[in-house]
Design a protein around this ligand. Structure first.
Ligand SMILES: Cc1cc2nc3c(=O)[nH]c(=O)nc-3n(C[C@H](O)[C@H](O)[C@H](O)COP(=O)(O)O)c2cc1C
Length: 191
């Protein structure tokens, strides 16, 4: 697939089949991530791949996070049980879930730029997945930003969970893309 075609046709796909994905394909996706630009060559990315039964580790963490949040919000037992069950299931929405972590830099700017580099890495991953006929979706939410998940991944201050990339074979059709024309977003400064 031509790069321009991959960029234009990639879409977030939230429904994928449970059919397993070969580890070699996941390795190709990971390999593409590390070619992303990164200032001062900090190579700030770290990856955790959850697949097959390994997703259970993520499921347990998500369930515990839901329990904590539910307690924080003072939910009753029934509400909490529903929330915990829904959150646990989220780890199994795709055969592979890749958590992308960005490491803190030596100062605030480097931390910010490390995060930016990891975002570029995620885009590489999504484009590579797409070129391999795999679907993906970048997800965040409380499972990315809550302190409990930071502990789960043993993160230090300033480290960030940039994405949970859900990967699998698509189980839904394409949607029309909604984007305003680039001309509306651009100011040209020409000589
Ligand atoms: C930083 C970031 C976080 C995102 N988090 C979520 C998420 O939690 N849930 C979700 O459904 N999509 C999430 N997305 C995917 C966007 O919803 C998606 O990219 C957007 O709808 C545009 O669709 P497209 O990717 O098909 O072009 C996220 C995207 C980015 C860049």
């Amino acid at each position: 697939m031509e790069l321009s075609e991959a960029i234009a046709t990639r879409q977030s796909v939230n429904r994928v089949k449970q059919e397993p994905v070969d580890r070699a394909l996941i390795e190709q996706i990971l390999e593409s991530a590390i070619h992303a630009p990164n200032h001062k060559i900090t190579e700030p990315w770290r990856f955790h791949v959850f697949s097959g039964k390994g997703r259970g580790e993520l499921a347990r963490a998500r369930a515990e996070l839901a329990r904590i949040q539910s307690e924080e919000e003072g939910e009753d037992e029934e509400m909490a049980a529903g929330r915990i069950s829904r959150e646990r299931k989220k780890a199994f929405r795709a055969p592979v879930v890749i958590a992308v972590i960005s490491l803190a830099g030596r100062d605030e700017v480097e931390t910010l730029e490390n995060y930016a580099a990891c975002c570029a890495a995620v885009q590489n991953m999504q484009l590579t997945a797409h070129s391999l006929s795999l679907a993906s979706i970048w997800r965040t939410g409380p499972a990315a930003y809550h302190g409990y998940m930071q502990k789960f991944f043993d993160l230090s201050d300033g480290d960030m969970i940039v994405a949970y990339l859900y990967v699998g074979y698509p189980d839904m059709g394409e949607r029309p893309r909604r984007r305003a024309p680039v001309a509306e977003k651009t100011v040209w400064h020409e000589g």
